[in-house]
Design a protein around this ligand. Structure first.
Ligand SMILES: [Fe+2]
Length: 162
């Protein structure tokens, strides 16, 4: 059952909106940060597998950007304000800083693998949190994020021989 609330929005029945919005915002921030990490790797990588890694890192950036957009619009659909500036992201991201010392291709691959693993862990926790708040649709969005992060981690780690 849905009903109009004070702000004129239609309530989405039974969802703890602010809690879900917080979960989605956390993963959105990680995805925006991951986009920048993948681009830095894309721009700086050198080495024998240059073209493969250059293209893979760009694809990872594109997927992170696509997920960021989906997460942001889900927050908006739930009536939340979306945060997404570089300044906000730098202060709120749960990823570590991109290692300034990364020089050879393996260092870039390891840096991106680490970022993918951290982002995946938080997104996976987000699935559980959204499910606990009875928002299957947000859990579904987060499940798609996790599926891509897991795949991208596999693709990057395969270059490292992990
Ligand atoms: Fe490019």
């Amino acid at each position: 059952m849905s009903q109009a609330n004070g702000g004129g929005m239609i309530r989405l029945g039974g969802i703890a909106r602010q809690g879900v919005i917080g979960v989605l915002q956390g993963v959105l921030t990680d995805m925006i940060d991951l986009f920048t990490h993948a681009k830095v790797a894309h721009w700086n990588v050198k080495g024998p597998a240059f073209i493969a890694l250059h293209e893979l890192f760009d694809q990872i950036a594109e997927r992170a950007e696509d997920h960021a957009d989906t997460l942001a619009e889900r927050i908006a659909a739930l009536g939340g304000r979306v945060e997404g500036t570089a300044r906000h992201t730098a202060g709120a991201s749960r990823l570590g800083p991109y290692p300034a010392a990364a020089a050879d291709w393996a260092a870039h691959a390891r840096a991106l693998a680490a970022a993918l693993a951290v982002a995946g862990g938080h997104a996976r926790q987000g699935i559980d949190d959204a499910s606990a708040m009875k928002d299957a649709a947000s859990a579904d969005v987060l499940t798609e994020v996790v599926r891509d992060l897991d795949k991208d981690l596999w693709l990057v780690e395969s270059h490292l021989g992990v």
